[in-house]
Design a protein around this ligand. Sequence first.
Ligand code: AMP
Length: 225
Amino acid sequence: MSELNLILLGPPGAGKGTQADRLREDFSLPHIATGDILRAQVAEGTELGREAKSFMDAGKLVPDEVIVGMIVERVAGGDARDGFLLDGFPRNRQQADALGEALSGLERHLTAALLIEVPDDEVVRRMAGRRVCVKNPTHIYHVDFDPPKHEGVCDQDGVRLIQRDDDKEETIRTRLEVYHAQTEPLIAYYDGAGVLRRFDGTRDPDEVHAHIRATVATLRLEENL
Ligand code: AMP
């Protein structure tokens, strides 16, 4: 069967991670999320993590040298050999070129770039309201959409909820500027290559998921023709 080599594009807070979790199950693809990989490195205190942290806290992109080799290697090997779902990479033209070269070197090609579109104001509303548990940062709440039972306290651990540094409004604005300046040009790049597919990220996550799943299922059929 043909491979599905997919990337997710869209601003921070568009719901790429949520959709990736579901698509990973639908199509048995490894989900490669650069933000998650970097956060794990920061938590472990590795050299890469130490290099990345200040850029991440400021909402800026981690330098390409730190990230490109790591992702290209990951895409070429192991569980990604038969397809992948990249989330958070590429973030600029250099990264897109590096990915394209790596895939052609392996005689593979990108199946689609899935773009989830959400306006800036909605991104700020979603991200600035996010709160995480100080003990377990995978316990995530939202002050409006998913509040804890007691304000500021984790339902599961009973400890304080905090706002991640990169969820502070000022940092979100920087992340959006970085997105518009560096990542948004990839929309035209992948559209020109005929692989762009657009989705309305302001809709209910279930609806967004249904649309993406139907599109990817069709792409898979076409790849197999
Ligand atoms: P994310 O969770 O994808 O929003 O990523 C969080 C942060 O990790 C970003 O704001 C960047 O600082 C860094 N990051 C993630 N992916 C990349 C990438 N492909 N290139 C550079 N920096 C990245």
